[in-house]
Structure formats: C-alpha cells, structure tokens
Write a protein that binds this ligand. Structure first.
Ligand code: HEC
Length: 254
C-alpha cells in the first residue's frame, strides 16, 4: 500500500512539474484551446490561403512541397499555382513541385525584426496548436516596442501584428487587487480599434491557420488511420489462414 501511495505521489508531482514547465514557456499565461481538426479539409484550405497571403512573405515551410499540400487538401495543382504561390524562383513563378520556401534572406530579416522569422514547418509540434492559436490572438499595442506591438504569449516578440486589419487593435489593461505585498495584478486584453472581422470570425481564421500549421508539421497524421485499418484487415485475414493451417497440421494427429 505504501509503495502504491508513493508511486501515486510521484506521478502527481511529475505531472505538476510538467505542467509548470509548459506554463513557463508562455510566461505563465494560460493558453486557449485551439480545438483544431486536421480532417476538416475546408478548414485546412482556408488556413493555407491565409498562410500564403499573410505569413509566407516572412515564414517558409521548408519541408513541404506545394503539390503534396495540394493532394492532401483536395486542391488541383492549378488551384494551388493560382491561389497559394506568390514567390518566384530564378525569375519564374515558383513551380508546384517545389518546396514552400520564400525569397527572404535570413540576414536581412534578422536586421529588420531583431530576430529572423523562423521556418514554421515543425512549429505545430514544437509549440503545439494551443500555443499558436493563443499567440495569434495575443498581440497588443505597446509603443515601446520596435513594431509597436507586444504579445502576452511571446513577450517582446519581433513579429509585427500582421493580422491587425482583421482583428483590430487590443490594449492591455491591468488592475491591482489588494494592498502592499499581497497585491496581485490582473491583466486582460481589450479591443480598442475594431477590425474588419468580428471576434468569432477572427477566431475561426486563426483556428484555420493553426490547423494548417498542425497538419504541415506532421502530414502523415492524415493517413495514419487508414494504415491502421489495412493492418487490422491483414491481421484478420492472417488469423483465418493460420486457423486453417493449424487444422490441416493437426488433422492426422487426433
Ligand atoms: C513581417 C514578417 C512576418 C510575417 C508576415 C509573419 N511573421 Fe511570424 N514571426 C516573424 C518574426 C521576426 C518572428 C520571430 C520573433 C522573435 O523571435 O522575436 C516570428 C515568429 C512567429 C512564430 C513563433 C515561432 C516560434 O516557435 O518561436 C509563429 C508561430 C509565427 N511567427 C506565426 C506567423 C503566422 C501564422 C503568420 C501569418 C499570419 C506570421 N507569423 C507572419 C515575422 C513575421
């Protein structure tokens, strides 16, 4: 019994420490649930469209090819060439068989933004969907920052708020509760300039972009379930064959 209690205590401590580490990543800001679904193809298509229009100017997806994305998202190569490709390679429009790189030099961009915009191929896994979703909703006006904005999820971020026209502008409002040493500050974001979208519409766009980045980070997820079904079918068939083989072998023994 003692052993059991000790192991339960250990598991609890470990999980509290792990969640503490997850919180530390965000400076203690609780993340919102992204609730993405990579099997929702129309959400992935919208996400890809917004990503190409608003993000690819700075961020590449060095491990993805346009035509692979086209197949997975149910788009034709022509649709992709027309709607998702805005870059050129050696003066010609980038072809659908190429990787989703962009033309920005890492050195120039590091000078402009203080940090180079990272490749986002694996961010869906390294940061996770909840982080990306919350981050894209957490920009607020901060005149002291070079880009005029800061972010509650990624403090002192070098990225400008590229979706501000859609979301509008937010400000951080902090109120103090209690006195002296025990005072706690509570901060919340408040919209000060509305954008072209309602809050619900903006949440949907951000969820779709997050969904797309989650898919890009592990495209095999889309097909894993169908592999599973084939494996089960094979095992089932194999079991039947093995049964008849066993019957055949033991026929003369009994
Ligand atoms: C004008 C250039 C620019 C554009 C456009 C841009 N970003 Fe960024 N982004 C940056 C920079 C620079 C950083 C690095 C910030 C830093 O390290 O301080 C960054 C960081 C990020 C990160 C954090 C990556 C990490 O793991 O640290 C994510 C996620 C991200 N951007 C998503 C997006 C999305 C989604 C879009 C499109 C809606 C977008 N960005 C558009 C410049 C840009």
């Amino acid at each position: 019994m003692k052993k059991f209690i000790a192991s339960v205590m250990f598991a609890l401590t470990a999980s509290v420490m792990a969640s503490g580490a997850a919180m530390a990543n965000t400076g203690g800001v609780p993340l919102e649930k992204a609730n993405v679904n990579i099997h929702d193809q129309s959400s992935l298509q919208v996400g890809a469209k917004y990503f190409a229009n608003y993000c690819m100017g700075c961020h590449s997806l060095n491990f993805s090819r346009y035509n692979r994305v086209a197949t997975d998202l149910g788009l034709t190569n022509e649709q992709v060439a027309k709607n998702l490709i805005f870059t050129r390679t050696d003066g010609e429009p980038t072809k659908v068989g190429e990787l989703m790189k962009n033309g920005m030099s890492q050195k120039d961009s590091a000078e402009w933004f203080g940090a180079p915009p990272p490749d986002l191929s694996l961010t869906g896994r390294s940061r996770g969907p909840d982080w990306i979703y919350s981050y894209l909703k957490a920009f607020y006006v901060d005149k002291t920052r070079p880009m005029g904005v800061n972010n509650t999820v990624f403090a002192n971020v070098g990225m400008p708020h590229v979706l501000w026209e859609l979301q509008g502008l937010q400000e951080q409002e902090c109120t103090k509760h209690g006195e002296g040493e025990h005072a706690v500050e509570h901060c919340a974001l408040k919209t000060v300039t509305p954008g072209t979208m309602s809050a619900a519409e903006y949440d949907k766009v951000v969820r779709d972009i997050t969904n797309f980045l989650t898919y890009v980070a592990e495209p095999a997820q889309l097909h894993r379930k169908s592999y599973g079904i084939f494996v089960l079918l094979f095992l089932g068939l194999f079991a039947v064959l093995a049964y008849f083989l066993k019957k055949e072998y033991w026929k003369d023994v009994h």
